[in-house]
Design a binder for this molecule. Structure first.
Ligand code: RP5
Length: 164
């Protein structure tokens, strides 16, 4: 199976990035975690992106906060799908990173999830890898069914309490 790369701009991003690692682990999807910054270590970020496909990666998740150029900088140097996670920061609550990550010019796509949306970034990665992997697709179906059952159970409890 191809690997997922989780790149973050700083070790301060780890609490959010770890949620993606955890979700990928639950699906048995192999991943690597790295700190590469578009601003502080641009050469390392570029080098990783240039070799990601030949290194066995299928998807790259890039998580960064503030003036978040990491996902775009990675996408500039690979044709692998890149998923950007804009991260919340204290001054602008992540809107800065959201706009920096989502507003890519035509030709260099970044699939941007919600602010701090690590779980959806992981799930989207799994969905991409599941295009060529039936057992992974079956796991996705099973997780959706389990999530649905939980919501229906909550609904039943609320209806029993309030609708007499
Ligand atoms: C971004 O700047 C990082 O992704 C991080 O979210 C933010 C702040 O980094 P630190 O100053 O905490 O290292 O590049």
């Amino acid at each position: 199976m191809k690997k997922v790369a989780i790149i973050m701009g700083s070790d301060s991003d780890l609490p959010v990035a770890e949620k993606a690692v955890q979700r990928l682990d639950e699906f048995g999807v192999p991943c690597e975690v790295h700190i590469f910054s578009a601003h502080r270590t641009p050469d390392e970020a570029r080098d990783f992106a240039l070799h990601a496909r030949s290194s066995g990666f299928g998807v790259i998740i890039a998580a960064a906060g503030m003036a978040a150029h990491l996902a775009g900088a990675i996408a500039a140097n690979t044709t692998l799908p890149v998923i950007g996670i804009p991260l919340k920061s204290k001054n602008l609550d992540g809107v800065d990173a959201l706009l920096s990550t989502v507003q890519m010019p035509s030709g260099i796509p970044v699939a941007t999830v919600a602010i701090d949306g690590a779980v959806n970034a992981a799930l989207l990665s799994v969905e991409i890898l599941a295009l060529e992997d039936e057992s992974l697709a079956a796991k996705l179906e099973a997780v959706r069914a389990a999530d649905k059952a939980k919501v229906l159970e909550k609904n039943a409890a609320v209806e029993a309490r309030f609708n007499r």
